[in-house]
Write a protein that binds this ligand. Structure first.
Ligand code: P1T
Length: 388
């Protein structure tokens, strides 16, 4: 039976085993074994041999992740950065060139410049991916890959995945989309023409701020085989317990995303009217430069809002340190609301001059809007703005 998204999020990968000897668990057990016994030397009897190579709990999660992005394959990693590292080391070789957005998660930028460029001689160009023409112009003879974060972290710029994929395909360039902010609940990059999706499962997919993980999702058998080989060779796997946590979190992904979206929509409109707020960046607002595109390419706007306060660094600090319900913490995508200061936290590895050129100013604040009662969230923001 072909299941719809919300049903898949609960059932795929956790079909109870009702065969003779099967226990019928409705929830996949946490298979802690590091190794699996076999009858014959030349083939693994159960299909499993060693947990780094494959593990039944991780396999259940990978099956579900693939189903949610309408893809054939998924691989689960020890963190979002581990997934990105294995992906880039698999697809690129020295001398290759990659196009990235000008603002994106600071850790991705650090991996690209401080590891891949420095040690492996891979070149990177940063462009504003909200202009498809700029993508076309940035493609070089040796360009192998376009890395798209949409909306971007933290400036919330939206890239037209369909247009970018069309440009890339003509030049045989691969398109990777980091779908962490939107999740497959709101956005399906592979359907829009992208080749590969990556996620930090640490965020919305797990949803409860109690697991660090990542994944790669795709339909190309050839690339999947290479990735699987390299994941095993490099050892960057998600543990059985974390796999279980993400399987559990995914069951409520759709209801959580609906509430994140609703709360963020209300809060962004509230911030827009606040006297001490200079500007608000949220794709759901009509004045967002890519609002129409965001409406067309995704079925929701997500739970992330960035905004600038008056009062520069001092103002931002005072606001953040006055919050009571929002925790002042890095990360995002959990049921609890978080607030952070990109310039000194998530994006501090980017030099100040470069940060300011991109638009990550000292007065920029990023919110991960949780699923608490919106009246409490509004009150918390209102009171903290009152301290400016
Ligand atoms: O933290 P990790 O699971 O390794 O994932 C890295 C990562 C990848 N992609 C995006 C879009 C991300 O936002 C992140 C991690 N981001 C944060 C920790 C943050 O606060 O923005």
């Amino acid at each position: 039976m072909k299941m719809r998204f919300e049903t898949r999020a609960i059932h795929v990968g956790e079909e109870p085993n009702l065969r003779p000897g099967g226990s019928g668990d409705v929830v996949v057990p946490i298979h802690l074994a590091s190794t699996f016994a076999r009858r014959e030397t030349d083939k693994p009897t159960s299909g499993y041999e060693y947990s780094r190579t494959a593990n039944p709990t991780r396999a259940a999660l990978e099956k579900r992740l693939a189903a949610l992005e309408d893809a054939k394959f998924a691989l689960a990693f020890a963190s979002g950065m581990a997934a990105e590292t294995v992906l880039l080391l698999t697809l690129l070789k020295p001398g290759d060139h990659v196009i990235l957005s000008d603002d994106l998660y600071g850790g991705t930028k650090r991996l690209c410049h401080h590891v891949l460029q420095k040690n492996f001689k891979i070149g990177f160009s940063h462009v504003d991916l909200s202009y498809p023409e700029d993508i076309r112009n940035a493609i070089r003879r040796n360009t192998k890959l376009i890395w798209i974060e949409t909306p971007t972290n933290p400036l919330m710029k939206v890239c037209d995945i369909k247009a970018a994929s069309k440009i890339a395909r003509k030049k045989s360039v691969l398109v990777v989309v980091d779908n962490t902010f939107m999740t497959p609940c709101f956005q399906k990059p592979l359907k829009l023409g992208a080749d590969v999706v990556v996620h930090s499962t640490t965020k919305y997919l797990n949803g409860h701020s109690d697991s660090v993980g990542g994944c790669i999702i795709l339909s190309s058998e050839e690339i999947h085989e290479r990735l699987k080989f390299n994941q095993n060779a490099l050892g960057a796997i998600l543990s059985p317990f974390d796999s279980y946590l993400v399987l559990r979190g995914l069951k409520t992904l759709a209801v959580r995303m609906e509430k994140h979206n609703k709360n963020a929509m209300t809060l962004s409109s509230f911030l827009e009217k606040a006297r001490k707020v200079k500007k608000v960046l949220y794709p759901g607002l009509e004045n967002h430069p890519q609002h129409e595109l965001a409406k067309k390419q995704a079925s929701g706007f997500g739970g992330m809002i960035s905004f600038e306060v008056y009062g520069g660094l001092r103002g931002a600090r005072r606001f953040l340190e006055s919050l009571k319900i929002f925790s002042l913490a890095e990360s995002l995508g959990g049921v609890e609301s978080l607030a952070e200061h990109p310039a000194s936290m998530t994006h501090s590895s980017i030099p100040k001059k470069e940060r300011e050129r991109i638009g990550i100013s000292d007065s920029l604040i990023r919110l991960s809007v949780g699923i608490e009662d919106i009246a409490d969230l509004k009150e918390d923001i209102h009171n903290a703005l009152g301290r400016l």
